[in-house]
Design a protein around this ligand. Structure first.
Ligand code: GLN
Ligand code: ZN
Length: 767
């Protein structure tokens, strides 16, 4: 039996890569320094894995920005617009960063390549771009260099390649008249050249990542997989190919992969446990193929339950024999933080909860232990007993289980998920109550989080500023922002969210059942890392979270202030979620905590409340057949969190970066009185989905892009609003920016909002 790792976090235990990249980008360190920083992270990771006796240690899992972009550079799929950047840069890394981040220097002015979410994770990859006459050539030999680099350290690694089918399918056609999969015959020779070089350099195992196999496949796609891996195994009989898909089961693609003559097939047993029985069924697995059992959760931070992992391992061992078993994490460990040993502050992560958790390094130790245990009569081994004891402590912990929360969930009824009256009736009452003009203007919630705001927060956290001093500062900011919104003439002001560091963390910090880490960073994209909260127990809201700030803002103005909350699905989606109950149950608990807040706001006289749900779409399962179930509970949770209000209270929701066509029914089912969406960059095209569907409630399509400091012109906004009015009745339309303004400066914010308000006034006159 072997242990294998599919990938290790590459940002470094102390985010060394982030620091080095950002310094390099701002010309504070040299290229050599940057390269050296990468090298030392790789060496550290390899040595650690060697120390933990991992048999198949990955290489090429390191990346200065993103592994998909690495592949793009490897196969030379460099979009035309970087030609000049390519010529003017002596080294590939600068070209690479230009593709990742855009470049404005020495007469070169190119925008970055698009970025999007990696499957259903919070990691973002750079989207490959293909043209009809796309050519490929071997440009970057990073994978060979890194294999050699490890070899020089005395470590034989298993190079990891993003498989050609996943690579092509994750990309986009930039022209009409072809399908990207048709490029396969042109792409494969480059993969073959790389494999030849790796074989010559002495590589034995090669890992091919084809996570696209956990999505719905067409016949053509199945054929492509067959062609690629039959071809590779035939051309390189001496290379041992490990084919890995993860984030789900193989589903309908199982027969396709079982027919391949690969040396090992990886199963993600954390999200596709059923695959094991199917594969073990008599005769279904190729005689030459080993199984890589992904028993350790590569995406979540919970300590492995050895008993359950060993059950999988024993079952496979009985059928296949020990030699055909590899044990591994379910996917690359890229998605979990580096090292739990760095969490030394009990006030942040308590000793009790810490005992239930494993980060990347600890997961390697778990692999090591599982290998030892699998080869013994494990039930009497100390390693096993310790693990079982820790599992039992978690199962029965009073920190986790709150009778009150569970009982409240049990008593929910259908009416708790429904507003009292239909939208039409509510709208009449809300209009009477709020007396807003046509094309009412508002913002999405946050106002600029300036350096000063962040500085004060950090001073307060470090104890350099008293709580009173901090609160006074926030009150001043809020006061000024309300005055400003009145002066600009915004119909529905907000308090500005100055007290919030992050839209999930702020709520997590105040809810029971959540905990945090000091150093639990996970790469989100490029040098950007996030530190997701950990939801370990039943969730409840001990005291109001936002009432003070919203009421304070309301006390300063006669206009209706909109209260701002983050929705249950988004809080769930952007946290590490407990694995001892269904996500849907945890989500429902969060929904009830948010509902408590909504009702308290209403009691304090707040009559417009926005519950942001930007993450609803990204939570969609990878296979269509699973959508309905997810949407049922996700939309249900939103409704639960917002339905208890009076008809005259107006519920808003907000979503960004979304395509809505395929889930428009569910969006309508949310039954928010108003939904604000990001629309300006798509020139209101997004609205077509709403108009075709006859979306019943009110909509605020974003009228300007908040991602850049550029101030829009009045004509532009009017044009967009006219476009919106062409597809939807004016009585349904709100006027607002695309998203929150926290990343903007004050100057452009004020100018843009003035123009926006003036455009809305113009529109009113034309009706
Ligand atoms: N209310 C949040 C803000 O304005 C919404 C952010 C988001 O949609 N991601 O910042
Ligand atoms: Zn947004």
């Amino acid at each position: 039996m072997k242990t294998s790792n599919l990938g290790y976090p590459r940002i470094g235990a102390h985010r060394e890569l982030k620091r080095a990249c950002e310094k390099y980008w701002s010309n504070k360190i040299s290229l050599e320094d940057l390269i050296e920083a990468g090298k030392s992270i790789r060496a550290e990771n390899w040595k650690l894995q060697q120390e933990k006796e991992i048999d198949l240690i990955p290489s090429n899992d390191f990346s200065f920005y993103d592994q998909v972009l690495d592949t793009t550079l490897m196969v030379g799929a460099i979009p035309e617009r970087y030609k000049k950047a390519r010529k003017s840069n002596k080294n590939l890394l600068d070209l690479y960063f230009a593709m990742a981040r855009g470049l404005q220097k020495d007469g070169v002015d190119v925008i970055a390549m698009e970025m999007t979410k990696w499957f259903d994770t919070n990691y973002h990859y750079i989207v490959p771009e293909f043209t009809k006459d796309q050519e490929f050539e071997l440009v970057s030999q990073k994978i060979v260099e890194e294999f050699q680099e490890a070899k020089d350290l005395g470590i034989q690694t298993k190079p990891v390649l993003l498989g050609p089918v996943t690579y092509l399918l994750l990309g986009k056609e930039k022209e009409e008249g072809f399908h990207r999969l048709d490029l396969l015959p042109k792409l494969l020779p480059v993969y073959h050249s790389i494999l030849k070089m790796l074989a010559d350099a002495g590589a034995t195992w090669i890992q091919f990542d084809e996570p696209i196999l956990s999505t719905d496949f067409s016949e053509k796609e199945k054929e492509a997989i067959g062609k690629v891996y039959n071809g590779i195994t035939e051309a390189f009989p001496n290379l041992k190919i490990l084919l890995a898909s993860y984030f789900g089961d193989y589903g309908d693609n199982l027969d396709t992969v079982l027919n391949l003559p690969v040396c090992a097939l990886h199963l993600d047993l954390k999200s596709g446990a059923d695959d094991l029985d199917k594969v073990l069924e008599a005769g279904r697995l190729n005689q030459i193929t080993s199984l890589s059992l992904g028993v350790i959760d590569g995406r979540n931070i919970w300590k492995n339950d050895f008993e359950s992992s060993l059950r999988f391992i024993q079952k496979a061992k009985e059928k296949l024999g020990e030699e055909r078993i590899i044990i591994s994490p379910s996917c690359s460990l890229l998605h979990v933080p580096n090292d739990l040993d760095l969490e030394q502050n009990e006030k942040v992560l308590s000793t009790e909860v810490k005992d239930w958790v494993a980060f990347a390094k600890q997961k390697l130790e778990e692999l090591q232990s599982l290998k030892i245990l699998a080869n013994t009569d494990y039930k009497s081994q100390q390693l096993f007993l310790d693990n079982a004891a820790s599992m039992e402590k978690r199962r029965s912990s009073k920190l986790i289980h709150k009778t009150k929360v569970k009982q409240r969930l049990e008593h929910l009824e259908a009416k708790d998920y429904r507003r009292e009256s239909s939208f039409d009736k509510r709208k009449i009452l809300q209009d009477e109550h709020l007396k807003l003009p046509l094309f009412p203007t508002t913002t999405i919630g946050s106002f600029p989080q300036t350096k000063e705001v962040r500085q004060k927060r950090s001073q307060f956290k470090k104890g350099e500023l008293t709580e009173q001093g901090y609160v006074n500062f926030l009150m001043e900011q809020t006061f000024e922002t309300i005055r400003l919104q009145e002066n600009i003439g915004l119909d529905v002001p907000v308090h500005g969210e100055f007290e919030r560091n992050d839209m999930v963390e702020y709520f997590g910090e105040q809810l029971e059942g959540f905990t945090f880490t000091q150093n639990g960073w996970v790469q989100s994209y490029g040098s950007r890392c996030v530190k997701p909260p950990i939801i370990y127990g039943d969730v409840s809201r001990p005291v109001p979270m936002t009432v003070f700030w919203t009421s304070f803002a309301q006390s300063l103005t006669n206009r209706p202030v909109k209260g701002m909350l983050t929705g249950p699905v988004t809080i769930l989606q952007w946290s590490f979620v407990r694995d001892d109950q269904a996500r849907s149950v945890t989500c429902e608990q969060i929904a009830l905590a948010i509902l408590d807040e909504v009702l308290d706001l209403e009691k304090e006289g707040i009559s417009i409340i926005q519950v942001d749900e930007p993450a609803i779409r990204e939570g969609l399962p990878l296979r269509k057949k699973d959508w309905e179930k997810y949407l049922d509970w996700a939309i249900g949770a939103f409704k639960l969190s917002t339905s208890g209000v009076k008809d005259s209270t107006q519920i808003h929701t907000h979503m960004c970066y979304s395509e809505f066509n395929d889930i428009i029914q569910s969006i309508a089912d949310m039954d928010a009185d108003v939904i604000t969406i990001e629309c300006s960059r798509s020139q209101m095209e997004l609205l077509d989905a709403f108009s075709e569907f006859d979306y019943p409630n009110d909509i605020g399509p974003g009228v300007y892009d908040i991602h850049s400091p550029r101030v829009p012109s009045e004509e532009e906004i009017i044009k967009l609003l006219q476009k919106a009015e062409n597809v939807l009745p004016a009585s349904k339309l709100w006027v607002n920016p695309d998203c929150g303004l926290k990343t903007r400066g004050w100057e452009e914010t004020i100018s843009a909002l003035k123009i926006m308000v003036s455009a809305a006034q113009q529109m009113r006159e034309t009706v």
